[in-house]
Design a protein around this ligand. Structure first.
Ligand code: FJE
Ligand code: FE
Length: 301
């Protein structure tokens, strides 16, 4: 008995075209990351450069390092991370909190554990188009209590960016991006529209779920699923435990991309220029001259 509320919001569900397990690897200074996008087999999923599910316990972390040409999105799952940049901007990102940092022409900062125990989170790198790579840096920060939330029929969603269940996040995405954190109770089913021209993927945080096609086999935590063409995602929790995953999508830039660690530009010449700018503390890196984070002072590295 299909009621009028039974309308399908997704007509052409996207199917899973690639599936990877993100195994733990070492990064930064003693940190452990499960990298899905950004590893050799999947260097770039336009506009996404990297997705790390990171785990750090003091004294491990990500001490003073630069960024140019893209955005970093840090979303905490457990514990807290203290960040501090060369312009004096600092703070603590706690579980549930979000930091959307547009590095633009240049940021130098540290990202270190803020408390005892294990700090867990996701860090996503979103590329910027050539006309935005050299903009002034900008932060958008939201506490967990202020992250937009919605729920319906056993589906709960935290809307980091974009829209779900008719509700929009206030976060501005210079590269059009959606970022949704879903929790599905047992038996729950989800239909989530995703603009057809966008690249999109699912990363599973907890439990196991069926994605794309009800007949496909379930996928477990720490796997990434790249989605093929279509106008949205269908997902089912056919297990007896909660299922938590993020859905991330973005409009491809369609530009050449050259990456050298934390510098992402369009050409090798621009990368060479960036290495010079950073070395000589010019063109956005002025404040890097003699700056060290308080986290680094006394460590003497
Ligand atoms: C890094 C350049 C970097 N994954 N997950 C080179 F920018 C980084 C880096 C991070 C990072 C930071 C956080 Cl808080 C979470 C991350 C990479 O800072 F590790 C290398 N090797
Ligand atoms: Fe960083």
């Amino acid at each position: 008995m299909a009621g009028i509320e039974e309308c399908n919001v997704v007509e052409n569900p996207r199917l899973v075209v690639r599936k990877f397990q993100a195994r733990p690897q070492h990064e930064g200074d003693g940190a452990v990351v499960r990298r899905s996008i950004g590893r050799l087999e999947m260097k770039y999923f336009d506009p996404f450069l990297l997705l790390d599910e990171f785990s750090i316990s003091a004294p491990a972390g990500f001490p003073d390092h630069p960024h140019r040409g893209f955005e970093t999105v840090t979303y905490m799952l457990q514990g807290a991370v203290t960040h501090e940049d060369f312009a004096g901007h600092k703070g603590t990102i706690k579980a549930g909190d979000l930091q959307w940092m547009t590095a633009g022409r240049g940021i130098v900062h540290s990202e270190m554990p803020a408390s005892d125990g294990t700090q867990r989170g996701l860090q996503l790198w979103v590329n910027l188009s050539s006309k935005h790579k050299m903009i002034e840096p900008k932060y958008q920060e939201l506490q967990g209590k202020d992250v937009t939330k919605a729920s319906k029929d056993g589906v709960e969603v935290r809307i980091i960016a974009g829209e779900a269940l008719g509700i929009r996040s206030p976060v501005y995405t210079r590269t059009p991006t959606m970022y949704l954190d879903f929790t599905l109770k047992p038996k729950a089913h989800l239909q989530q529209p995703i603009p057809s021209a966008w690249n999109s993927f699912v990363y599973i945080l907890e439990g196991e779920g069926v994605f794309g096609n009800l007949k496909s086999s379930p996928t477990m935590a720490h796997h990434i699923l790249l989605l093929g063409p279509g106008d949205g995602l269908e997902a089912w929790n056919n297990s007896s435990k909660v299922l938590r995953f993020v859905v991330i999508g973005g409009k491809p830039l369609g530009e050449p991309m050259v990456q050298f660690g934390p510098f992402v530009m369009n050409t090798q010449e621009e990368i060479d220029q960036t290495i010079d700018d950073y070395q000589y503390c010019v063109n956005g890196f002025e404040k890097a001259k003699q700056w060290r984070s308080t986290a680094a002072i006394g460590l003497d590295f």
